[in-house]
Design a protein around this ligand. Sequence first.
Ligand code: UDP
Length: 239
Amino acid sequence: QTPIDRPARVLLKLSGEVFGGGAVGVDPDVVKDIAEQIAVAARSGVQIAVVIGGGNFFRGAQLQQKGMDRVRADYMGMLGIVMNCLALQDFLEKEDVDTRVQTAIAMGQVAEPYIPRRAIRHMEKGRVVIFGAGMGMPFFSTDTVAVQRALESRCDVVLVAKSGVDGVYTADPKLDPAATRIDELTYAEAVERDLKVLDQTAFALCAENKLPMVVFGMEGQGNIARALQGERIGTLVSP
Ligand code: UDP
């Protein structure tokens, strides 16, 4: 719940795959659209932090299957994420939204280092903060990073934008045509019903710290802006 003395502060998790528009690299049209939606919400006064994945460049686990050392492959994954962050920053600034990228791996020429208290100050001043390079540590997913950053920067909710699915379903809708979308559930119910919402580490961190999560589909017109502004779309997973 948002304390009444400050505006809502939300963390938006975007998958890297979406940034690539289905290919390797960055699709400027997709990033532009996402930036325009974030800008709408930022102008309305919502404090916004963003975590982006890197699946459009490299996934450590996949490179490992092809023979690479996992640790080095994961670092490549994290560096890929930074390119997504810079692309989003560029389109946000074209919308006149002040944006700061903070990376978990130091790279002073392109971004600030991750300094949580400074990130909070940025948001209080109306700047969008993009957290890049994951956690700076191999073996983590950006879902886990999203939850960790949301907790540390005291966000009220983590908004998980999905592609190809618009919320949490009773079963995998790609495999089971009878699956239906769930509007609202608790963490305990998700565990009990064995619903895969995020990866286990991310889910556990969210549940343990009672951070509400909204899982929504980003394909609908303006869905990201709507979710950022607190409209109830997708599935709410609450403590
Ligand atoms: N990664 C990592 N540590 C982190 C975050 C990411 O090692 O804290 C690496 C990992 O190899 C991962 C890749 O970066 O596969 C891209 O992130 P992810 O797969 O989570 O991106 P998404 O699926 O959301 O596009």
